[in-house]
Design a protein around this ligand. Structure first.
Ligand code: TNX
Length: 520
C-alpha cells in the first residue's frame, strides 16, 4: 500500500472518519480500529485487507537509537501475549519494525504502516517512534493491557497512519508539595500520561505546606520542610533527594517525557520560611501550615538574602535538570506589594537563562518586562488577559491551563469525592470543548507553545486519587494538544474514550466513569 503525496496530504487534512458501527457503545470489548486511537491521529487510511496478526514467532526489529524504544514496545506486549518478541537488528517478514528515517513529519511525528506481512513505524527521531508505539498499543485488543498471558486474537488492523502533534508542549502537572507523592507514584503517572503522548511533566516542588526537593546549599528546606506531617492536614511528608529526582528524570526521558521543575516564588513560600526565618522581612519564623489557604506568605523583596536564596535554588535545580524549562511559580503573591513583585520578578526571572534554562511562570509574571523571554502559563480564566496578551506580543510563549477547563483538581460534579470547585465543576465534555489556539483573543496560535493540565493535590493522597481526577479528563487535554483541529469532534472523542475503558480496567487504573460516556 503506497499513498501518493497528494493522497497523503488529503489524508492529513481530512477530519477523522466517522466511527465504524462496531465502535458504537454496547457491551463487550470493541475491536481496535485505526479510527479509534486517542489522541486522534492527524491522518488515517484504513486498509481492511491488510491486517497483521502477532504470533509466537513475531520479532521486533530496531537498531541504534531505535533499540531502546523497541525494548519499551517489547515490555508492553510480552506480558499479555506471552510471546518472546525478541528485539533484533533486522528480519524478513513477521516483524514489528521501528525505523529511524525522515518521513517529513517533524521531531515527534511518525508513519505507521500495517500490512499483512508486518508492521513498520518510521520516524525521524526516537520520540516519533515512541509516539507510534503508543498508537500501536491501542490497535491491539484491550487484552494487550493485561499483566498476565491472555487468549486473544492479536490482530492489528491494516492501513496507514501519518501523525504529528499540533503543539510542541503537551503537559501534565503534579503537585508534590500539598501531598508528597512517592517516586513510584510519579513513575506510575508518567506511564499513564505518556500513553497519550503527553511529553512534559511539571512537578510543583514547593509550597506553603512543604518543600520537596533536596537543595544542598539550604539543607533545612527538606530536613524541616519535607519532614513527616508537612502534607495538608498533617498527613505524610517526604521529599525527593537529588538521586530520586535524577532517576525520575531518566525514567521520564525513557518515555519521552521531560520534567519541568517548579519552585514557587515569591509567594507560596511558608515552608521555606519555617526552615529559614531570615527569608521573612521581620526575621521571625512563621508557624508551619497544613491548611489549604493561599496568598499569605512572601519572600522579602528588599533583602539581599532573598536573591541569594533564589539564585542558589535555581542554580542547583538547573544543574540537575536536563530539560529546557525551569518554572519559578509567581502565582498568588497576594501578600507581596505590586512594586515588590516587579522588583523580585525583574531580578529573578533573568537568573534562569543565566543557568541555561528558559524561565516559565504562572500568568502573574506577565506583569514583568522580563516575562517577554519566558513562557507564561495562563491559568486564571477570570482575570484580565491584557498582561498575557502584552507579554505574548513582546515575544513570550504561552501555555494554556485555563482553570475552568484544564484543572484536573476541579470536581467533575459536586458529588465527586475529592477535588475542589473554585473554578467550577468540569465534566469530560467541558474539558474537551475548547480550542487552545483561540482561547485568548490577542494571543495568536503561533504564540501558543501548548497546553498543560495541572493537578493540585490538596485533596489527594495516593495514585488512586490522582488517577480518578486525571482520567479521563487528561485524555481530552492530550487530544487538544496533539490532534489537528480538523479532527476535533466530541462524538468521535466520546466513542473512542468509551472504548478505552476496558484498557484502564485491565491496567488497574481508577478512572471516573463519567455519565457522559458510554463505557464499553
Ligand atoms: C490555585 S493555580 C493555585 C494553587 C492551588 C490551586 C487549587 C495556581 C497557579 N495557584 O495554589 O493549589 O488553585 O486549585
Amino acid at each position: 500500500m503506497r499513498l501518493t503525496h497528494l493522497a497523503v496530504t488529503a489524508v492529513l487534512l481530512l477530519p477523522l472518519a466517522v466511527m465504524p458501527a462496531s465502535a458504537a457503545p454496547g457491551p463487550g470489548p470493541v475491536p481496535a480500529s485505526l479510527a479509534g486511537v486517542l489522541p486522534a491521529p492527524a491522518g488515517t487510511a484504513p486498509d481492511p485487507h491488510a491486517a497483521f496478526t502477532l504470533n509466537q514467532d513475531t520479532v521486533i526489529t530496531a537498531s541504534g537509537a531505535a533499540a531502546p524504544v523497541a525494548e519499551r514496545l517489547a515490555e508492553a506486549f510480552r506480558p499479555a501475549t506471552g510471546f518472546p518478541l525478541p528485539v533484533v537488528p533486522n528480519a524478513t517478514g513477521n516483524a514489528l519494525a521501528l525505523v529511524l528515517t525522515d518521513v517529513g513529519l517533524g521531531d515527534e511525528g511518525y508513519r505507521l504502516e500495517v500490512r499483512t506481512g508486518g508492521v513498520e513505524v518510521r520516524a525521524a527521531r526516537p520520540a516519533g517512534l515512541f509516539a507510534g508505539v503508543q498508537t500501536l498499543r491501542q490497535l491491539l485488543p484491550p487484552e494487550i493491557e493485561s499483566a498476565t498471558p491472555q487468549r486473544a486474537n492479536w490482530v492489528i488492523p491494516g492501513g496507514r497512519i501519518d501523525d504529528r502533534p499540533r503543539y510542541a508542549y503537551r503537559g501534565a502537572m503534579l503537585d508534590l508539595a500539598r501531598h508528597f507523592h512517592e517516586p513510584r507514584e510519579v513513575r506510575r503517572y508518567i506511564d499513564q500520561i505518556s500513553r497519550f503522548k503527553i511529553n512534559y511533566l511539571h512537578l510543583h516542588l514547593s509550597d506553603d505546606q512543604g518543600w520537596r526537593i533536596q537543595i544542598d546549599s539550604w539543607p533545612r528546606l527538606t530536613t524541616v520542610g519535607g519532614a513527616q506531617g508537612t502534607g495538608v492536614r498533617g498527613s505524610g511528608g517526604g521529599y525527593l533527594t537529588k538521586d530520586d529526582y535524577r532517576s525520575l528524570i531518566r525514567y521520564a526521558a525513557d518515555r519521552f517525557v521531560t520534567i519541568v521543575p517548579e519552585i514557587d516564588m515569591p509567594g507560596h513560600v511558608n515552608a521555606a520560611q519555617v526552615a529559614y526565618p531570615e527569608l521573612t522581612c521581620d526575621g521571625v519564623a512563621p508557624r508551619p501550615r497544613i491548611d489549604i489557604r493561599v496568598g499569605y506568605s512572601s519572600l522579602c523583596a528588599g533583602k539581599e538574602i532573598t536573591y541569594r536564596f533564589a539564585e542558589d535554588v535555581i542554580r542547583e535545580l538547573a544543574a540537575m535538570t536536563p530539560g529546557p524549562y525551569l518554572h519559578i511559580g509567581g502565582d498568588e503573591a497576594h501578600s507581596t506589594s505590586h512594586a515588590d513583585y516587579l522588583t523580585f520578578g525583574e531580578r529573578v526571572l533573568p537568573l534562569v537563562p543565566r543557568y541555561g534554562k528558559i524561565p516559565m511562570g504562572w500568568q502573574e509574571i506577565a506583569a514583568t518586562r522580563a516575562a517577554r523571554n519566558a513562557v507564561v502559563q495562563h491559568w486564571n480564566h477570570e482575570w484580565d488577559t491584557g498582561p498575557v496578551v502584552a507579554a505574548a506580543t513582546a515575544g513570550a510563549k504561552v501555555v494554556m491551563s485555563p482553570a475552568n477547563k484544564a484543572y484536573l483538581d476541579m470536581q467533575y460534579d459536586l458529588l465527586t469525592p475529592g477535588g475542589l470547585h473554585w473554578a467550577g465543576t468540569i465534566e469530560v465534555r467541558a474539558a474537551y470543548e475548547w480550542n487552545p489556539g483561540r482561547l485568548l483573543s490577542g494571543v495568536p496560535e503561533e504564540s501558543v507553545l501548548g497546553v498543560e493540565a495541572p493537578l493540585w493535590s490538596e485533596t489527594l493522597t495516593d495514585s488512586g486519587d490522582i488517577e480518578f481526577l486525571a482520567f479521563p479528563r487528561l485524555v481530552a487535554l492530550a487530544e487538544l494538544g496533539w490532534s489537528p483541529r480538523a479532527t476535533h469532534d466530541w462524538s468521535s472523542f466520546r466513542a473512542r474514550l468509551g472504548a478505552y475503558g476496558p484498557r484502564w480496567i485491565r491496567q488497574g487504573v481508577r478512572f471516573y466513569r463519567s455519565p457522559q460516556i458510554s463505557w464499553s
